[in-house]
Design a protein around this ligand. Structure first.
Ligand SMILES: C[S@@+](CC[C@H](N)C(=O)[O-])C[C@H]1O[C@@H](n2cnc3c(N)ncnc32)[C@H](O)[C@@H]1O
Length: 387
């Protein structure tokens, strides 16, 4: 079959009621960024559309197109590939396109027709696609060498994607004229540190220098070994205590699940350096729990479990308010679903030059008075002359 004739056949197939999915693969040129395109019929707000999912070497993106747009996109993309597979409710078709654009085309009937259920066959699309091999995920044991996300690591994979989604929003606050300097305090096994490096450097092509700091010698040595193996030249791991760490220019401070007041040590240093972005997910929060002495809250705090949860929420509220008082716009976001862990609040704060309202200071004092507490972060910030 001639190539021009084949395009017309395929466009017709795409429009056919029986069309379900398609795959366009085998790029003609090695230099082609797109390795494969997957097509899928979808129902979006009661309208049928065709989703084009473009798979690149390390990432993927997708577009939902109307039928007319999809026909144009299909004919443009077909020129760059040599294999096409379309699946319909009743049959499948397969085409091989030669170097000289001659097409070998065949169809096979399904023994039993397939069901078409477009509204239910949508799967969550992650920034790091499940269908692409991400070398750092393989090294960290989240993905198999064949690219399958290990069942036991699915929650971690979801968390990594959620974190990256949140990092994406911080881009306008980060420098573009020099390397972005990032510190991850209490980096531990560093899944998210590696994810951040991979996303910024390999996918977004940004110039970064990332350091992961942790007290634990073995984990730091292990992470450093993986970073060298992956040739992540600007990612390093260092043994150390947050309270002793010194640096001059830091653009972004991350601290994820750093125990108790380690989070406050990190936040205070970030403020001291004037970091443009802070991302923090607190961990166990004993400090306020142990101080809390508020008779007017007895009805709540006499129950251990409520006292613990209340102390954690109050600690996050205090942190957000203090960040606001030192010139940050602090947002509290849900990090992962509550079903996975109660430690699911992420504080994302951006440095602003906004003037602090007296009322915000008053509100903070009143809250502190109610709790009868002396927050550790306040003391740390005062140490740096920031309050
Ligand atoms: C629960 S782990 C979290 C690891 C990683 N950030 C994550 O989210 O998967 C907390 C880490 O913080 C580290 N840490 C606690 N206090 C620290 C301090 N003062 N200085 C450096 N690291 C600290 C611990 O050694 C531990 O590895």
């Amino acid at each position: 079959m001639e190539f021009s004739q084949f395009i017309e056949v395929l466009k017709k197939q795409l429009m056919d009621e029986s069309f379900l999915t398609g795959t366009i693969s085998q790029p003609r040129l090695r230099s082609n960024d797109i390795q494969r395109i997957k097509l899928k019929k979808l129902e979006i707000q009661n309208e049928l559309a065709i989703q084009f999912e473009y798979q690149l070497e390390h990432t993927m993106y997708h577009k939902n197109l109307s039928f007319e747009e999809a026909k144009d996109e299909l004919s443009q993309q077909l020129e760059h590939f040599r294999q096409v597979h379309f699946d319909h409710t009743t049959h499948a078709s397969q085409a091989q396109i030669s170097k000289k654009f001659k097409v070998l085309y065949k169809t096979t009937q399904h023994a039993t027709p397939k069901e078409a259920n477009f509204s239910h066959n949508r799967k969550k699309q992650y920034i790091l696609s499940e269908e692409v091999i991400h070398p750092f995920l393989v090294e960290l044991g989240v993905q198999t060498k064949e690219g399958k996300i290990r069942a036991a690591k699915h929650a971690k994979f979801k968390q990594i994607n959620r974190f990256i989604e949140m990092v994406e929003d911080t881009f306008p606050h980060l420098p573009t004229d020099r390397p972005i300097r990032i510190i991850d305090f209490g980096s531990g096994k560093s899944y998210l540190t590696f994810a951040l490096y991979y996303y910024l450097v390999e996918i977004k092509k940004r110039d970064v220098q990332i350091t992961g700091l942790d007290l634990k010698k073995e984990v730091i040595e292990h992470c450093e070994m993986i970073a060298r193996k992956l040739n992540y030249e600007q990612l390093h791991f260092q043994i150390g205590d947050i309270s002793d760490y010194e640096e001059e220019t830091v653009d972004m401070v991350i601290t994820l699940h750093a125990c108790d007041v380690a989070t406050d040590l990190a936040l205070a240093r970030a403020v001291h350096w004037g970091a443009k972005v802070i991302m923090s997910v607190p961990c166990c929060q004993h400090e306020l729990f142990n101080q809390l002495h508020a008779p007017s809250l007895d009805v709540l705090t006499k129950h251990g479990i409520l006292k613990e949860r209340f102390s954690a929420l109050a600690t996050d509220a205090i942190r957000a308010q203090l960040l606001q008082l030192v010139g940050y716009d602090a947002q509290l976001l849900e990090f992962v679903d509550l079903e996975h862990t109660p430690k699911n609040i992420l504080i994302r704060a951006y440095a602003t030059n906004a003037k602090i309202a007296d009322q915000d200071y008053e509100d903070y004092q009143q809250f502190k008075q109610l709790l009868q507490a002396e927050p550790f972060l306040e003391k740390e910030l005062k140490k740096f002359g920031r309050l």
